[in-house]
Design a protein around this ligand. Structure first.
Ligand code: NDP
Length: 310
């Protein structure tokens, strides 16, 4: 059993920024990095909208820099995931997947969010054999092939544009008659000759012998002029949003219906004293690295105040 004053759970922009602030405040934080050190940004390529990098920065480099900055101020990194929590009494207890038990006076939850799937059986069947939720991780396998991206938001547009740089053709499958993405992304999609947008279209199944060879799609599902047809594709990429990684804290920490951790208005304070939430796990709206970093800073400042005044 190891005791720490401040435990940070999660290694995205929120977790690492919290670690930098807490380290500089001499709290000697311990940070559990989770399954994907660096968080969701490590599944993208270039980050163009993080202030301070006028020409953009490679996403992995940005996260490695944040990690190094946290270590510089004395943060201890643990490469493991949280398996169980017991917040029924203080100090709070967290058990890692290797059985290590940590106790902490204060905790910052910064576990981020994970990709959503449509819920088709075929997604499971072809997982890793043509189905992916990360174009930048897996796009390389689809050079000169035909792929589909599902979704109409900024992520879907970004992924479609990225894949268009590798693949022969990209279908963007959008269930509404419009893209909800920002204007700049809509313009980029429209200008890309390799992207064909299938509006008002839903995917109902996938097919293929040893991997994805096509998708069954429906145009204007449920309408009198509904049309069902197949498209030939080798890769099927989901970009339909994310769900917050709050399950490990569910019995103790209050969330909304979608699982986002509820904090006090304008603060990172959760329903339990000394436990704070930062980044996408508590953010159903912005989902931006810079916003997550900002909330990580807020959480560390609130944690310091809590630890020095309790
Ligand atoms: P969004 O929630 O914005 O978009 C999700 C998309 O998936 C929507 O088009 C939605 O359709 C569609 N969708 C959801 N469920 C289904 C389903 N079951 N079947 C078919 N389609 C479905 O998520 P994003 O990940 O794109 O973006 C989240 C936030 O992050 C946004 O605020 C976005 O602006 C931001 N972001 C910003 C970026 C940047 O600035 N560089 C890059 C990436 C994201 P519908 O419209 O019908 O609901």
């Amino acid at each position: 059993m190891t005791h720490t004053r401040l435990l940070i759970i999660g290694s995205g922009p929120a977790g690492y920024t919290a670690a930098v602030y807490a380290g500089r405040a001499n709290l000697s934080p311990v940070l559990v990095e989770g399954m994907q050190p660096g968080g969701q940004l490590t599944t993208t390529t270039e980050v163009e909208n993080f202030p301070g990098f006028p020409s953009g920065i490679d996403a992995n480099e940005l996260m490695e820099n944040m990690r190094a900055q946290a270590e510089r101020f004395g943060c201890t990194m643990i490469a493991d995931v949280v398996a169980e929590t017991d917040f029924s009494q203080q100090p709070y207890t967290v058990t890692l997947s290797d059985g290590t038990r940590l106790t902490a006076d204060s905790i910052i939850i910064a576990t981020g969010a994970s990709a959503k799937y449509l819920g088709l059986d075929d997604e499971k069947k072809y997982m890793g054999q043509g189905v992916s939720a990360c174009a930048t991780c897996d796009g390389f396998f689809y050079r000169k092939k035909v792929v589909a991206v599902v979704g109409g938001g900024d992520t879907a547009c970004e992924e479609a544009i990225y894949l268009a740089g590798l693949a022969q053709k990209v279908y963007l499958i959008v269930r509404k008659p419009f893209l909800r993405a920002s204007q700049i992304m809509r313009d980029r999609v429209a200008a890309n000759e390799k992207i064909e947008v299938l509006f008002e279209t839903n995917t109902v199944g996938l097919f293929g012998q040893d991997g994805v060879e096509g998708a069954h799609v429906v145009w204007r599902k449920g309408m009198p002029d509904e049309k069902r047809y197949d498209i030939a594709i080798n890769g099927f990429f989901l970009a339909i949003g994310h769900h917050p990684n709050s399950q490990a804290f569910a019995p103790w920490i209050r969330t909304d219906e979608a699982g986002f951790i509820v904090t006090e208005a304008g603060r990172t304070q959760t329903n339990l004293p000394g436990i704070f939430a930062a980044g996408d796990v508590a953010d159903p709206f912005y989902r931006q690295a810079v916003v997550a970093a900002g909330s990580g800073a807020k959480a560390a400042i609130e944690a310091e105040k809590y630890l020095t005044t309790r």
